[in-house]
Design a protein around this ligand. Sequence first.
Ligand code: SAH
Ligand code: F3S
Length: 475
Amino acid sequence: MGNELVQIGSAPSLGCVTPELLSAADFAPAPATAGEGRTFYVETFGCQMNVHDSEKVAGALMARGYRAVDTHQEADIILYNTCSIREKAAHKVYSRLGAFRKAGWSKNKIIGVLGCLAQQEGERFFERAPEVSLVCGSASYTQLPELLEQVESGKRRVTGLDLDTEDCFETELTRRDNRFRAYLTIIEGCDQRCAFCVVPMTRGPERSRAGAKIIEECRRLVDAGYTEIQILGQIVNAWRDPAAAGWSFAELLARAAEVAGVRRVRFTTSHPRYFTPDIVQAIDSHPALCDQIHLPVQAGSTPLLARMLRGYTREEYLEKIHYVRKARRPISLSTDIIAGFCGETEDDFEQTISLLKEVEYDQVFAFTFSPRPNTVALGYADTVAEEEKSRRLAFLQEVQRQIQLRRNQAQVGQTFEVLVEGYQPRLAQAVGRTTSNKVLNFAGELSDVGCYRRLRVISAGANSLVGERVDSKSQ
Ligand code: SAH
Ligand code: F3S
């Protein structure tokens, strides 16, 4: 998109957004004084849950009087919210810290690492990156202001590494980046322990937030002007109401979609094992629930799925896809695939390709397998050579590109509503998303950002569509 894209959170003028909405865009109370005059900068790596965690961190610090700045140069405190899902993600953090050290920028600054890599490495981080004085995992963010105070009063190495806490559901102070779409975590951690994945170690055991609290927060968000709510969890559909009411996940979705004033509710990531027909029924009967499901399959071969410890066979997965395809509303499907997992044969890989052709996803996030610390797969032989992993990945991406191109071209002539998320002044082009999560570009204005627009699709590529306005008023 280029540097010029004006993202929702940073749009200087916000078009149809009311002043009430702007003043209510976060719930941070009046600043207290502990951090008065001190500045911080947070850089986020990784998934939406990390983006949302950074919003919580920013809110907690701002409530203490710290001020957010846009660059590390201006900041007294630099926080990296890290990801460790693949080696590359972890490497990025270390190289950022290395560049920082080399340039001598760390003098008189406090550097902290947060998130999954922080949790994974713990105290070892201090050895590898001596300029770091604070290491805090994702379940311990509410302690961050106190931990920072310890560093500010001269303590050199401070950690917050508790894993099994419910503090992560504290959203009172959250400072949301986006004024129209709000993230809302309903379940933390993961008990699944897929053979390749570090998440159970970095985010701890599964903890569900009470259903009534979630719905209460949905109401507060809508009252504050957010129109799209994105419900998050590592396995979002493993959510079970811990309260006596005992709602199922599908009931929770239905209740969220029934909150007066909400226009869109999305949820991610669903696990095939917990994917039940009532979720599809909820989408069918609630127009505010988005017609989009992200259902990671990882591989198309049953023996490989068993080695990955995914808990389903190819056939069981396809049965879930069958529910989705039988829905009254067309529902768009996306998935994650790992290419070149330990022991993946040509035949296993061909089965993944055949699954892609059978399901015809609207989007696929594919990665080569990356061995991770403390995972079951570390005990397997990593049999597929790196070049072969990359070859399989490239082949798979090309197959999927053609599927997407064909599916997107079939949308030409249809009309969709988009929530406009950004604007590129140089091209006078606005970009929005359909409920099915398709990206639509159109000739627009900055004032379109945050509004819902109706667009007719006039052309399509593999990754996005181009549309033209069929309405003239904001809705
Ligand atoms: N909770 C999600 C996945 C979270 S991790 C689920 O239920 O599947 C996001 C994606 O990263 C995974 O779906 C997987 O495709 C990929 N991934 C995880 N560990 C990986 C590894 N070691 N190497 C390559 N890709 C990995
Ligand atoms: Fe990872 Fe599997 Fe949980 S991919 S997040 S261990 S469902």
